[in-house]
Every structure is written in C-alpha cells, then in structure tokens.
Design a protein around this ligand. Structure first.
Ligand code: SF4
Length: 253
C-alpha cells in the first residue's frame, strides 16, 4: 500500500446514526477516506464538506462518535447499522483512534445488528469483538486478485492478498464474511479459488461511475469497462461460486 500525505482534523459530530437506503442506518466514524480509491463514489462528500483537497488527502476524525452513538440509540428504533457508507471504517488512523471499534462495542452491548464494510486487514484489531456477536456480518471489498490492477485503481488501499488473508482469519473465527466485488475489475476471477471456502455470500457490481475513466485510459484497459466485459466476467464468477455452493448475486442487469 502506497503512502500519502493526509491532513487529519478532530471534529465533533452533531449526528452519527443516520438513516440509510442500504440498511436502516449508517455510521461513519470518519469524514473522508485515506484510501482515496480512483473510482470512489463517496468523493461527492468533498462538495458537501466544501473541501478543495484531493479525495483521500483529508480525514475528519469524529472524536465523539461512540458517545454520540450511545445517546442516539436510546431515541431511535433498533435496526441494522452499516459501518460505513462513505468511508472505510478501518482506514489507517483507526489503529490509533479506535472510533470504529468503540462504536461496534456500543452496538454489540445493546444487541443491534451490524454490517461492517472494509478494504482493510486492520479489521482484525476487533477480531475478539466481532466474534462475540452473532449479529455481525463483515463485507470485504476486493475488486481484483491481481495486484498490478489493484495498484492502478486503489494504490493507497491494502493489497488484495492482505484482505484475502484477513477475511480467511475472521471466517475461520466463525464470523460471517462476505465478498463484495464492486467494481468488478480484471483479475477478479482469481478471487474464487482463494475465497470460496470462506465466504457466506458474494455480491458483484460493475463500475457505475466515471471517476476512474482516466485510469482505464492510461493503462489501456478500456476493454474492461465495456458492457460485454462486465456481463461475461460477472457471469463467469457467478457460475464458479455457485458451483462451489456459495450464494452469489449480480447487482446489475
Ligand atoms: S475504501 Fe471505500 S470509501 Fe474509501 S476511498 Fe475506497 S471506495 Fe471510497
């Protein structure tokens, strides 16, 4: 994983348990995401926050996240909480700040269902916590098994292999782990053999945004953002997981 300069700022959030269209709620302990993936849809947050810096080069740390969450849970109806919608909850600063870990502790103590979504093996710092609840699902976003491709599109995110290893560790602990191949990149088919024994389900989506168009162009990969590529590769991966007895869903038609 390449390193970059990132500006961190401590902030006090006014709200943390927000309504979501994907699950009932979402919690984002951070604003901004160090990983700054080239295709990231969450960069719309820059406009929302009035930030001019490059996506990935700033992170606001919501220092009151866990305390605020505990307070808001007393006034809201129990529901599934997605951690996180617009940042990686286990981006590098989580190692020191522990905001995500503390939010998960609060949710588990009160018995709320949790869906964690991450690209980071740092999730293993909460291994004991995550395996202490049956209402936890962990989704690992892995778009390719090919490190060359991963470096082109997600240079500041952990390697595919680190994510694969972390998923295997958590799944072996008995935590329900899922694979999100979204966006589907060349080399994703290599994930099947490495993960079919470990994942409870798989979701596949195409590239839905144009932010990474320049990356495709620069590396001569325009063939990998065509309709036929997405359809053929998704159906190949779908078939391989299905043959291995793993539930798989393609999120585009
Ligand atoms: S890890 Fe997720 S939220 Fe963070 S930059 Fe990448 S796609 Fe965006």
């Amino acid at each position: 994983m390449a390193e970059r300069l990132c500006i961190y700022r401590e902030v006090y959030a006014k709200e943390i348990l927000t309504r979501s269209r994907v699950y009932e709620y979402t919690v984002n302990p951070y604003r901004g995401c160090y990983h700054g993936c080239s295709y990231c849809y969450a960069r719309f947050m820059k406009r929302f926050l009035g930030r001019k810096e490059e996506w990935g080069s700033f992170v606001d740390v919501k220092v009151n996240a866990a305390e605020l969450l505990a307070k808001e849970m007393t006034r809201k109806r129990r529901g599934t909480v997605w951690i996180s919608g617009v940042c990686d909850p286990y981006q590098p600063c989580e190692r020191e700040r522990r905001l995500t870990g503390r939010c998960i502790e609060v949710l588990i103590e009160r018995g709320w269902p949790i869906v964690v979504q991450t690209k980071s093996p740092l999730v293993l710092v909460d291994r004991e916590l995550l395996k202490s609840s049956e209402s936890v699902d962990v989704f690992f976003s892995i778009s390719t098994a090919d490190e060359r491709i991963r470096r082109m599109f997600e240079p500041f995110a952990p390697s595919a292999w680190e994510r694969i290893s972390a998923l295997r560790v958590l799944a072996s602990d008995g935590v329900r782990c899922h694979l999100m191949i979204a966006p589907l990149l060349p080399g994703a088919e290599g994930l099947v053999e490495q993960l079919k024994e470990y994942v409870s389900s798989v979701l596949i989506d195409r590239m839905n945004y144009h932010y990474a168009d320049g990356v495709y162009r620069k590396h001569g990969l325009n063939w990998a953002r065509t309709e036929s590529f997405f359809r053929e590769r998704a159906s190949q991966i779908y078939g391989l997981f299905r043959d291995a007895g793993v539930a798989c869903e393609i999120l585009f038609s």
